[in-house]
Design a protein around this ligand. Sequence first.
Ligand SMILES: Nc1ncnc2c1ncn2[C@@H]1O[C@H](COP(=O)(O)OP(=O)(O)OP(=O)(O)O)[C@@H](O)[C@H]1O
Ligand SMILES: [Mg+2]
Length: 355
Amino acid sequence: MTDLRLCALSKHFGTMPVLQGIDLDIASGEFVAFVGPSGCGKSTLLRCIAGLEEISAGSLQLGGIEMSRTPPAERGIAMVFQSYALYPHMTVFQNMAFGLQVAGLPRAEITARVTDAAERLQLTPYLSRHPKALSGGQRQRVAIGRAITRNAGVFLFDEPLSNLDAALRASTRVELAALKKSLPGTTMIYVTHDQVEAMTLADRIVVLRAGRIEQVGRPIELYRNPANLFVAGFIGAPAMNLIPASFEGEAALLPGGVRLALGFAPPARQGHVGLRPEDLHLSPEGPLKGQVRLIEHLGEVQLLHLGGPVDFMAKVSGDLQVSEGEICAFAPGRVHVFDAMGQACPPSTATAPEG
Ligand SMILES: Nc1ncnc2c1ncn2[C@@H]1O[C@H](COP(=O)(O)OP(=O)(O)OP(=O)(O)O)[C@@H](O)[C@H]1O
Ligand SMILES: [Mg+2]
């Protein structure tokens, strides 16, 4: 059993709290991504789970057994870092075998495990090469291979693809997805700054901010129903437009006298509405108007930066003929509503009629 349970886990460095009251259950075989702004404690949380940092309070259980005082080597956890730290003088085979040799495994067992890991990661043709003769993506796969050979029940990845260029990142991401499928019982925790990685790889995403959990959920849940303003602004790229609003009956009033129908009466008088750039549809009668200030052409789509009483962004088809200076009107599809405390209201199901 490799399910992981964190209860009221806290960590401080000196007097500085870095993780506070982390409660999290991760099921055996689950793939969970940790996301959050730089410095929010993602790596520290991973290092606490691995045992590389001692926790200051709370508990950490693996398969129902308290592990917070167990040395890293005895936790059955393998960690893969951003810098893959391969031994330059050893071949790929030796790099993957080294930890097993140190652990005193029989030679035949070592060969079997390395061969298996190499096959899973498509490294078989490179086993006799040295790291300097490998691409960045191949090196990262060797580092992952080293973790696989240890037969760990839990894998921790700290931004493993962040050193790779965009194309290699994409292909290595697909390989990781395949690896996850081929190791169904293995629990994986993955720290990333890349939304695409988190959205595509993870069964669930944990959003952290300043050492606390803001929301945990399936990627699509976080996208559709962010629990608060922070998650709303963090999940989704380009980010959701967050506009101050007051509420009157079933309508939201935005700066400049813009009135949006909500289809429900928020139990708040002030707050914000959230409009995803991809939920804004061009419509001559649309209530939300803005002047195009800047256009970012991305090929298939273009991002319009609009200004007016409110500044906002809209994602429209790349085929659309639009020029800077033009006034465009939009009807919002889905309107997210947040109260004055920044909490979604009604919690998680604020839906507006299709506009
Ligand atoms: N050994 C340490 N001693 C003191 N402070 C530390 C130590 N390690 C981390 N910190 C602090 O703890 C906080 C969280 O750091 P952490 O590395 O976990 O952030 P992160 O979310 O992984 O950030 P990034 O996305 O930039 O990697 C930061 O403010 C950092 O400066
Ligand atoms: Mg980090």
